[in-house]
Structures are given as C-alpha cells and as structure tokens.
Design a protein around this ligand. Structure first.
Ligand SMILES: [Zn+2]
Length: 84
C-alpha cells in the first residue's frame, strides 16, 4: 500500500472524528442552554418544546423551538431508567 494513501486516510479519519466531537460538544452546549429556557440563537427566554417522540424506554427525540427568532433544533435525550 502507498504510504501517502495511508497518511491521507489517517488524516480523513482524524478529521471526521474531530468534527464529530465538536458537533457533540456543540449539541450538548445548546441543550444545556435550552433546558434552562434560553434560546442559544437570540438569548431570549422564549424556548418551547414543540415535539416529543419515542415515549417509554430508551432515548427520546425532543424538538424545541424559539417563538422569538424561529430557532428550531431536535435533541436525543436519554431518559435513563426504564420501569418494567
Ligand atoms: Zn431565539
């Protein structure tokens, strides 16, 4: 195998991992802002939960929307314990 090809693939892998970690960090920062009722886009306290999917066990998909600037984002929230 060509050494340059290996280096290229390694760079590609590292790049995608870094992007993924950055994306996750960004998401969790936004979520913590939203759960305290603040819009991460306009910093107004006008966040509303508009949709909630996946009731019961496992993570659920919750969609939040800002009534002030129209910011909208979905988050996968782990509900934790599951009653049998
Ligand atoms: Zn907003």
């Amino acid at each position: 195998m060509d050494i340059y090809l290996i280096i290229f693939m390694l760079l590609l892998l590292v790049g995608s991992v870094v992007t993924y970690i950055y994306y996750l960090n960004d998401k969790s920062t936004q979520l913590s802002t939203i759960t305290s009722g603040i819009c991460p886009s306009c910093n107004d306290s006008s966040i509303e939960m508009i949709d909630q999917r996946g009731a019961g066990c496992g993570p659920k998909l919750v969609t939040f929307r800002c009534t002030n600037c129209g910011y909208e984002n979905s988050f996968s929230i782990n509900t934790g314990s599951c009653g049998i």
